[in-house]
Design a protein around this ligand. Structure first.
Ligand code: GUN
Length: 286
């Protein structure tokens, strides 16, 4: 039996349409158009594509984007100065610093400088801390989008065994916490994990975010499992593939997300959600 394919693109489109309606209503009620400041530093080609797609989605939803495209030589002090400016600008409700940053800039210092109220990526220790405490305010976009994808299957998360492959601050760690909050029994696997395939095979839900092309093989997947693929890897022949060996895993899983057209569009949709929600909180408080 072939798995249901989770259409992240369609799901994201529905969320984006709902956010656009929400933004229009917010604008009618307050006269304010929510604003997102985006910082892209250097010339990482993948980051440029991500930022372009995020900007397009913002434009379509009716969000104002203040884009800062800065040279790779930008100093940390200069970036911090611009972030401080955005923190105190009442027209800006969300701030996004695209990662990775060039080596002379320490990401941790920069992410800590973003006002937690405007941190629409959910990377500030304040927002991470709230998530860990079970009282989230802003949830990182990729794990938040993945949660929506899992929920879209109609399957309960509570009581299920979930395995997260990867322990990054952007995906793996917040994903594990989010699944835990939804009452899954969560295991995080990483490069030093022993007997990873056996652990993975126990999972009702697998989230693969390790950055290794087609790493998750059919024999590592429990029949009927939900498999979410966060990877984007370029093969030598130019093909774009995920962390999951899609065709064989599809024959075994219950649900599977494709690459492209899976997690990627959802990350962008949740950025819009986080920005309108941040705007509502900021305006309510003012
Ligand atoms: N780089 C890779 N993923 C992300 C993300 O979700 N947000 C930001 N700001 N940078 C990233």
């Amino acid at each position: 039996m072939s798995a249901h394919v989770i259409d992240g693109k369609a799901l994201a489109q529905d969320i984006r349409a709902a956010v656009a309606r929400d933004i229009a209503q917010f604008h009618r009620q307050t006269g304010i158009r929510p604003g997102l400041a985006v910082f892209l530093v250097g010339d990482d080609p993948a980051s440029a594509v991500y930022v372009r797609n995020k900007k397009k989605a913002c434009d379509q939803a009716g969000l104002m984007v203040d884009e800062h495209t800065l040279p790779a030589t930008t100093s940390q002090a200069e970036l911090l100065r611009l972030i401080e400016q955005a923190n105190s600008d009442s027209r800006i409700h969300g701030i996004l610093v695209q990662l990775p940053l060039p080596p002379q800039i320490e990401s941790k210092i920069v992410l800590n400088a973003v006002s937690p109220e405007k941190d629409v990526d959910g990377f500030h220790p304040c927002n991470m801390g709230r998530l860990v405490e079970g009282d989230p305010r802003i949830v990182p976009c990729t794990p938040y989008g993945i949660l929506k994808m899992i929920q879209s299957t109609g399957q309960a998360i509570e009581g299920k065994r979930a395995v997260v492959l990867g322990r990054s601050n952007i995906v793996g760690k917040p994903m594990a916490i989010l699944l835990l909050q939804h009452h899954a029994t969560v295991t995080v696997c990483h490069s030093r994990t022993k007997e990873l395939p056996a652990i993975c095979r126990e999972a009702d839900i697998v989230v693969a975010a390790i950055g290794r092309a087609q790493y998750v093989k059919a024999e590592m997947v429990k029949p009927g499992a939900i498999v979410i693929d966060v990877g984007i890897n370029r093969l030598d022949d130019g093909r774009l593939v995920g962390d999951v060996d899609f065709d064989p895993v599809r024959e075994r899983a219950g649900w599977i997300s494709p690459v492209p057209g899976g997690v990627g569009p959802m990350t962008i949709a949740m950025l819009l959600v986080n920005t309108i929600e941040a705007a509502k909180r900021l305006v309510q408080r003012a």
